[in-house]
Design a protein. Sequence first.
Length: 696
Amino acid sequence: MKTKGDNPIKAADEDRLGRVDQAQQVAQALYGIDASEGSVVAILGPWGSGKTSLVNLVKERVRDSELVVLEFNPWMFSGSEQLVGSFLSEIAAQLRVKDPKLARFADQFDTYGDMLTVASVIPVVGPFLERLKNAGGVLKKLKERKKEGVGAYRARLAEALSQLEQPIVVVLDDIDRLTTQEIRDIFKLVRLTASFPNIIYLLAFDRARVEAALQDVNIDGRAYLEKIVQLTIDLPVIPESVVYREIMDALNDSLSGSGKEAEHDEVRLHDILPEIVRPLIKNMRDIRRYTAALRTSFGQLGGKIELVDLIALEAIRVFLPETFEAMVNARAALTSPAPPLGARYGRDDGQKDAIEALLKSADERGHKAVASALVSRVFLAGSRHLSGGMHYDSSFMETWRRDRRVAHPDVLALYLERIEGQGYVLFDLAEDVGSTVNDASGFSTRLRELPPDAVADVLDNLGDRHFTQLDANAAGDALAVVLNILPSLPERPRTSLYHRSAGLSVQGVAYRLLKRIHDTAAAEDEHGHVTRAIETAWTKIEWLSSKAILLYLAERESDGSGFLDGGQLSALHDRLNAEMLAADVSQLLGEPELIRLLVRVDGYAVQRELLDDAQFARAVLLGAVTESRSQSLGSRAIRKSKSLFWDSMIKIFGTEVSLLAAVTLVRELAENDPDVLAALELADKYAEGWRPRDFD
């Protein structure tokens, strides 16, 4: 479906406001006018209220009558002299086209127009000279006629028009769109020619605009207008029910033509329409402008932003551009959740001022209530800055993002920038990945198709909402998929003091899966579902490191009870120890988190001969290196320092002497690897007694 413009209707079958009956009444009024001395009829209404549409319907009503309807477009001409001459010439030309019988009247109009122009342009220059320079003796003839006087020719034209059987209706529309001087010129023209017999002017304009243009020091605009216009017809107010019907029909037409689903929250729509959209709609033209803009935005953003929010924001953007700009400036205030209860009365970094500036911008246009509704209905976090507003804390953020509400900063950024920011992209990817959680093959494929450096971030965006429909029989497979992805994840670069490893992202999703299974299990089967899920996952997990994570999670339930009972946990510990003892060096060296695996296993169960293997010692040493970051009070600089899990390595190798022997084996490999050399240098410092300080 193509986007509709805001052009006026042209025929009765397009009428949606019930204006055909009024058009018929206007036509009847034109038939009944005594036009022996001319007449002026005015259709009045503000911009965009449908004046031209009504004029078109009137013309349709009189098309088959004996009335001759002519049209003059004042936009094509400027200047009083050119306007009068052009008007009369245009009327003459249309009369010749309408009916050959009217040709003699056309000639009279032409002659009178030329006489007025000659009378007013002395010497003859510019366009009028250009018009006449090749006309032979026309100019000379007109100057000779001028001796008789313009009045004589006007009288002849009036006499000729008095013989018409039916009046001529001359339509002048869009007068209120002219400049102030041009409006004055038009009404001078009408005043000059309105007394011709059998000439009825049908004017269409905004009364307030025209009265203001006609106002002068010595002239009252309204009184001036009343002297010229004999009959005024005001456009009726559109009934509220019709306005809402038109808005909804236009919305449906716009959105259904996009080829995208247009689901929306019906309850919220009943708040947004009367409080934000309807107060900004003045006429049918506004409805068309608005829905055309909404259609374009929905084509770009449909499905990515909650539809009711989009409906509200587009109304502000189209009708209150200053408020829209203030909204952009207040985006942080609108989307920042309330701080914790004890900190609610601290600094707000100018957020309240930004909200007040938004309200003021709308108040200047008489729409403060609309702006208040925008904040309280759309930007829930910002409503705390309103009198009596609600306080929404950060616990609502995930819900807003899930529901694609612009109350979340990532979603608002997408609306404003039309570019999906990283946060929104990751959320979108998580929605896609999470939809496959009951299908192990699809779940694994989706994760492995992601860019490697995005997997951990997507896992962080997987939340309880994705596991709501988790099938108990599929839970173990899902656990295995998540834990098997661990070795393929690159470590996140450290960009701040806070650092979350890729392993923690995997661990977090695995824990949420276990928690979901446990919380939805029947009371009589408290551990049954979890036991089956862990057993299924254990048999399908490829890495000992991942099995160690699963064991760690199985015993860490927050209430202290664990996901498994004591006997089950003990059996699982023994099982992991046995698999560790059975592993050879090549298998252990491939483990993604060897040092963490070793310290998690009871008794550090490894084949003792591995402790004398240089490659094993090298892997342990490199895995034990960690980087810490610190920041001094009052300084922005972040200092980085390396350290070792020295005590953990001592436990792995049994004693510090055995550890130092293992370090010697690594040194004897004679590698030039900078990471190995740096780790050896650290080990030497620890051997000499150095230890990092807890605080810098």
